[in-house]
Design a protein around this ligand. Structure first.
Ligand code: DX5
Ligand code: ZN
Length: 218
């Protein structure tokens, strides 16, 4: 199933409630929450207390993308704050399998993200345990960057593996996804699309989400 996950990274935080209502009305499937610590990536965003507050105003599933060093230290906090899916970066945690088990043991979905330079082989050992793989289509840290087209091969290879092995895993792409390239990336085999600036910097947030959903149905 194709899903759209607007990222609030590019939202106007003084007006977050209203914008969340727009993405709900537009048909967003998930809300993507980008957590950055200024160490793993050169930017700082927000943490579990903000997620806990947003939890009170929407029933959308929370797709929490942890761009933090040693995420195993904070899994419990993000679960308690209301995460439905937690994504950790392969590059951020030494014992990836153990970190994935921590997430699964707390009863929510687990996903692993790969930076553009990180090969698929590095997560083969956890594929049977996870619900989603996030293939970064930009170097993480900022919204509004350009999609790296060379990620095509990685997404296609992963789709082949998932089909061949009959795995039940979503392929999420994050970074530079726009209305004019989502079809191409869908062709590669991705099925969960994060869109930050393409939604929240649009003139009309509600219409932007609707447009994404419409394209996905074509
Ligand atoms: C980038 C974040 C993305 C970001 C995407 O490090 O992980 O989720 O919000 O923003 P756009 O869609 O503007 O590239
Ligand atoms: Zn993200």
């Amino acid at each position: 199933m194709i899903k759209i996950a607007p990222s609030i990274l590019s939202a106007d935080f003084s007006n977050l409630y209203e914008q969340i209502k727009y993405i709900e009305k537009g048909g967003a499937d998930l809300i993507h929450l980008d957590i950055m610590d200024g160490v793993f990536v050169p930017n700082i965003t927000f943490g579990a207390p903000v997620i806990k507050s947003i939890r009170k105003v929407t029933d959308l599933p929370f797709d929490v993308h942890l761009m933090i060093d040693k995420p195993e230290r904070y899994i419990d906090d993000f679960v308690a704050a209301g995460a439905d899916i937690i994504t950790v970066h392969q590059e951020s945690t030494i014992h990836l399998h153990r970190t994935v088990q921590m997430i699964k043991n707390s009863g929510i979905k687990a996903a692993v993200a790969l930076n553009p330079a990180t090969p698929l082989e590095s997560i083969y050992h956890v594929l049977p345990d996870i619900d989603m793989v996030l293939i970064m289509t930009v170097n993480p840290g900022f919204g509004g960057q350009k999609l790296i087209n060379n990620m095509e091969r990685k997404v296609r290879n992963l789709r082949d593996i998932i089909n061949r092995e009959g795995l039940d895993i979503d392929i999420q792409v994050d970074g530079g996804i726009k209305l004019d390239n989502i079809n191409r990336v869908m062709d590669w085999g991705a099925n969960v699309f994060v869109a930050g600036s393409a939604v929240f910097k649009a003139d009309n947030i509600l219409e932007a989400v609707k447009e994404f959903k419409h394209i996905c149905k074509e």
